[in-house]
Design a protein around this ligand. Sequence first.
Ligand SMILES: *[C@@H]1O[C@H](CO)[C@@H](O)[C@H](O)[C@H]1NC(C)=O
Ligand SMILES: *[C@@H]1O[C@H](CO)[C@@H](O)[C@H](O)[C@H]1NC(C)=O
Ligand SMILES: *[C@@H]1O[C@H](CO)[C@@H](O)[C@H](O)[C@H]1NC(C)=O
Length: 582
Amino acid sequence: MAMMIFSLCIFCFLSLLLSYGVIEIEGSHHVCSNLLTLQLTSTHHQAKQPYRTGYHFQPPKNWINGPLIYKNVYHLFYQYNPNGVEWAANIVWAHSTSNDLVNWTPHDDAFYPSQPFDINGCWSGSATILPGGKPAIFYTGINSKTEQVQNLAFPKNLSDPFLREWVKITQNPLMVPTQANQINTDSFRDPSTAWLGPDNRWRLIIGSKNDQTGLAILYMSEDFLHWTMVDHHFHSAKENGMWECPDFFPVSKNSPIGLDTSTNGPDIKHVLKVSLFNTGKEYYTIGTYILDKDIYIPDEGSVESDSGMRYDYGKFYASKSFFDSAKNRRILWGWVNESSSAIDDIKKGWSGLQAIPRTLLLDKSGKQLVQWPIVELEKLRTKQVKLPSTVSKGGSLHEVLGVTAAQADVEVTFEITDFEKAEVLDPSWTDPQILCSEKSTSVKGGLGPFGLLVLASKGLQEYTAVFYRIFKSHNTTTNKYVVLLCSDQSRSSLNEDNDKTTYGAFVNVDPLHEKLSLRSLIDHSIVESFGGEGKTCITTRVYPTLAVHGDTHLYAFNFGRESVKIAGSAWSMSTAMINRSR
Ligand SMILES: *[C@@H]1O[C@H](CO)[C@@H](O)[C@H](O)[C@H]1NC(C)=O
Ligand SMILES: *[C@@H]1O[C@H](CO)[C@@H](O)[C@H](O)[C@H]1NC(C)=O
Ligand SMILES: *[C@@H]1O[C@H](CO)[C@@H](O)[C@H](O)[C@H]1NC(C)=O
């Protein structure tokens, strides 16, 4: 069981249909498997578990995962350990498919360690859809010498829409660390989706490091089989440590659609996302792909470090996007770790789940991405409850009645007419997470805190608070107001063994001219919040002891001194069919 305690599930999604998983054990081993977990968990068992989610993809037991699309069927591959403990020998790439990214059907495991080039583990990888529509998966194998090498697999039967069987090619491994290329044998993993350049050559990047410099190593190929390392790095950044799960893709500057990974042209920016092994945080930059030099250069001010941009400022790691060719959108999947103690994870018998897939677009400003839960999720919305449009005065709490508050989707807007009382943002308050912890829910401000109390118990002994505060900027040459979004978990559970870190981030909206919006997806032990229409996202895991099932309440609140007009809706969410069909 000790292994399970230290296992992290990390996965990346493959473009279009594939995904991969990585598991980190005791901080040093990563296993990525593209196996499916199809075991059924009995409904009876689920009913007893207050923290199992109703509409999030999660394994029956210890695991990880990733997705792709082929012939209009979405595939999710994830790491699954049938025995829950000995990852090395038993871990498999589990596999589920879906028509809507919401309901999932399990299949047999897709692959598992079996050859000298992956006998010690099948770690993360990515899918590429080749011209003509044939999927391919590159994954990191741990070979018999425990070195990290890159392997290729193809579906056995392209007529099978479920791609149930996969064949690892006999030429594997295709990319290996050698004396000549100086690649560190245990820092060479997570091949990205490959893209095709105008010269008809394939490229892909692999995460690595050199001392503490994070590296994206570039490989090229003319035939997808023979790959050569390029003698410069695609991109690198000092003091980042190991880069895992690099994801590189184009975004459209002027159209709200997603793009195939190989698309390029004048109306396109590029995004590079890296997962920092040292901190468990992900950063993305927006920049330019210089084709003739085959390098990526982030825009000025776009960095991969503490002040950089993140998809999610809470728990979210090893993410991977893929291009959904059926609906012309780019979809992001991320893995969400537990915040409970290892002992509680063992009691639950499972750990880790997938965030709701999000569409990814470049914001109008061109300076950041925006994310939104896939529209298909709205099929699970049942009863709608309208929040009465209220002008909420400082200190008020409005219960939202008639909704299953433990499993809900809430969308609210906050309108402010008088900004007089906003406090001035002290120039030293540069870290939004620290600011959120210091100015917790109970600290009355001028404008804010106002927001939602979710997964709350009747007497408010437990709640998770997702809220805004608005400050006057000390620098009036930029925005006049600064908007802070916080997710405060400090009162989320009477169980003191949980990690209750408060998360926070600034939201690049102008409250003078825009309504502030907040959407929260609440699902028993996860709260995914989208501020400013997806400009800033915060995902948290919480484990209430009183606010479970029918004893859960939902409130809108304003504890600031100034009035705020609150309007919106909440929906009870039905339970998705996830791996229950076998
Ligand atoms: C390939 O898959 C199709 C569709 O599922 C099936 O009808 C066919 O028998 C399969 N072929 C082989 C060789 O398994
Ligand atoms: C997962 O969560 C636990 C508990 O909060 C934390 O100790 C660990 O570092 C996290 N792992 C990752 C990869 O984020
Ligand atoms: C205010 O912001 C502008 C634009 O970001 C910057 O150039 C200027 O140095 C800032 N002034 C102060 C006093 O911080």
